[in-house]
Design a protein around this ligand. Sequence first.
Ligand SMILES: [Zn+2]
Length: 228
Amino acid sequence: MTDLEKILAAIPKKPIPIIDSQFSFDVYTPLDLSVSNTSLEHYNITTPAGCQEYIDTVLAASKAKVAYGGYLEQRNLYANTPSFNSASDFVRNIHLGLDVWAPIGTPIITPMDGKVHSFKNNTTAGDYGPTIILEHSVNNVIFYTLYGHLSISSLEQLYVGKEFKQDEILAEMGAPEINVNYAPHLHFQIIKDLQGNFGDYPGVSSKADIDYYSKNCPNPNLLLSIGV
Ligand SMILES: [Zn+2]
């Protein structure tokens, strides 16, 4: 076990909120956007409206209000995004974060104490749009959490080094026009080594690189314990 894995393993296994507490955990439902989910054939999930239509169906069927999931999920969601695609094993379609799907403007809550490492509006199609990276230090181990697909205003009062306590409002979910063309959701990712990145880090890996990325980006649910 790495130092970060030990820290995550020591966190009590009770759910930690990452979005507004108006959504209690009993209105969460898992969402499967993987290539093996044949229900997706009836929806064009590469568009925000088509993806939202499928999510709304899943939410209605389970009387839920929030959908979540996606760590190491292989997806077709990026099939229309040229920057993600090249040959076979190098196609970037394996998702490295946990997505939480909820309405535009939903407040995002800091899951553990941290300070702003960096932030940026990543505006390339298929990217994160407004993004915040927090730095955490536990038992002298430094690691990072990334929050993507935010609103523009989420970045307005920020500065590098700004501290956030657990349960404090960090940001809010952006609209498709701002989050670079996705149904509204938070992309949450844990990162050990940022590899020199600033306000950005890959959220999707190719099969060829997944060994490295799955180690560098452990399961976000080791921290959040949502639905486990
Ligand atoms: Zn995501």
